[in-house]
Design a protein around this ligand. Structure first.
Ligand code: MG
Length: 256
């Protein structure tokens, strides 16, 4: 069911989104060679607690998962696309790695979702291009999110842009409604046909999250039951914002 948030809800989501953006930026600044994934998770958890909030991911059990997610933050390195677990088998970041950081925040019972991908030290020109294009794809998706448009218009805009660069677009994973729960309707794919899907209305809150690869877009789930990896081991990038549909367009909630 697609929910419409009240003005009061949106104000809380706006405040939570600002907090989330500040936390994720602070975590991203900690990304450097030698830092462990476990450290990033603990660092994020401390910042969340300092604000009196809760991670939306810790102990969250998505449909199909056989156990709750064990960490506050998702840290996905190189060929890992999303949902990398930072604290079970902590790893040290290396120069040249590409790291996706994904965090959901519960502020006054309402949830925002936000992700960014950063390089560790100096990264390859191909990796840099992948990050730039995926980030821009998110902006293009957000620009297509307007009342009266449909979820397919967002996916179509993202796909049309990313295809120009020959990068893979992951299809199994997509954006989603968010706010009262981590994953709500509608499904917001990063590909598709304009004019298809759910009609966007003011007060709808959705996460848009393109995931692109340097190679094939095919993915598999690792043995931990959570980490999505590219089948061909190609590099992946992921950027995500939570937005609210307004009377005239969209407002990004997860920004400082
Ligand atoms: Mg999300």
């Amino acid at each position: 069911m697609v929910t419409i948030k009240t003005k009061k809800d949106i104000e809380i989501l706006r405040r939570g989104g600002k907090r989330l953006a500040a936390i994720l930026q602070a975590v991203a600044y900690e990304v450097k060679p030698g830092v462990t994934t476990d450290y990033l998770n603990t660092f994020a958890q401390k910042l969340i607690e300092a604000g009196g909030d809760t991670s939306a991911f810790l102990n969250y059990q998505p449909k199909g998962a056989n156990r709750p997610y064990p960490a506050s933050l998702c840290v996905s390195i190189n060929d890992e696309v999303v949902h990398g677990i930072p604290n079970e088998k902590p790893r040290k970041l290396k120069e040249g790695d590409v790291v996706s950081l994904d965090l959901g925040l519960i502020h006054k019972k309402l949830i925002t979702d936000h992700a960014t991908t950063v390089g560790v030290g100096k990264i390859s020109p191909e990796a840099q291009k992948l990050l730039e294009v995926t980030k821009k794809a998110l902006e293009i998706g957000i620009a297509a999110a307007k009342p009266g448009q449909r979820t397919g218009d967002i996916g179509h805009a993202i796909e049309t842009y990313v295809r120009k660069f020959g990068f893979g677009i992951i299809e199994e994973l997509a954006g989603h409604g968010v706010g009262y729960a981590v994953h709500e309707d509608p499904f917001v794919p990063n590909y598709g046909n304009a004019g298809e899907g759910v009609v966007l209305k003011p007060g709808m809150v959705i996460a848009i999250e393109p995931m692109c690869t340097l190679g094939s877009p095919a993915v598999k789930i690792a043995r931990d039951g959570y980490t999505f990896k590219t089948k061909d081991k190609s590099l992946a990038a992921h950027f995500e914002h939570t937005i609210v549909i307004t009377e005239t367009g969209a407002e990004i909630l997860t920004q400082i």
